[in-house]
Design a protein around this ligand. Sequence first.
Ligand code: SAM
Length: 291
Amino acid sequence: MACGTLYVVATPIGNLEDLTPRARRILGEVACIAAEDTRTTRGLLTHLGLRTPCVSYFEHNRRSREEELLDRLRRGESVAIVSEAGTPGLSDPGAELVAAAAAERIPVVPIPGPNAAATALSISGWNADAFAVEGFLPRKGRDRTARLARLAAEARVTVLYESPHRLTATLRDLADACGADRAACVCRELTKLHEECWRGTLGAAAEEFVGDRCRGEIVVLIAGWHGPVSPLHAAPGPASAPPTDEAIRDGLDSVLRSGAASFAAAVKEVARRLGVPRDRVYRLGRGGRQE
Ligand code: SAM
């Protein structure tokens, strides 16, 4: 007998209109939905006018549930896995079931859609050709200290998830570890009524996000580390001095190292970020002196 298909279905992170038509169809066609939070998923199904049966599949019951779900798949039933919000398997349950299904050659099909990290990056205005999604930081102890130290030296943009009641402490720790002048974006309530993308430095973020300002769901973006002086990520301000030749060369180096498509693309990017003419960046990049 042919086995069923395991569909990995992304669901909205706030705005229900973000569910794709394909996701809706699959959620209506499968025999059963394995849901991280059955209450949230039933709410979504009601909104869609669907009555597909749901079973819970979350961190603490996933091992026992796995065999039952695999058995349904082996018998030819199709199953969808959904998390509470966004894409299953990304800081959410899902990877183990996918791995177990793949090991038995059960077809696994992605139904892509919303993801909080990608959504935050898309409105950051930062070059996200290379980024690292770190999920949640360890809450305390040596693990947290070690992770903060690693983040301080990360050259790529880092994406962090954080809960409202830990946001202030995390921003303070990040400012201490990475430097208060490291650029940051704090994205709150993405795709929802009170959506916000705050841009500034880690130091300013730690002062801004206290008390009621921490409400909702939050993604923190941290600019990559590019040496003791980070001209590309310095928060723009009226008092900032014009970029020096050295700052422009450093910027060009770091953009080239982070995987720019071509020299010309890197020149364009650095000129845009530093607010200097392209021909100046070009000449400095080719070895000429300007100042
Ligand atoms: N798998 C999910 C995804 O693909 O987006 C991420 C799951 S992770 C357990 C949940 C975290 O994502 C939240 O604590 C928050 O940091 C972030 N998040 C989820 N929805 C969000 C939203 N609408 N706005 C900002 N951050 C959000």
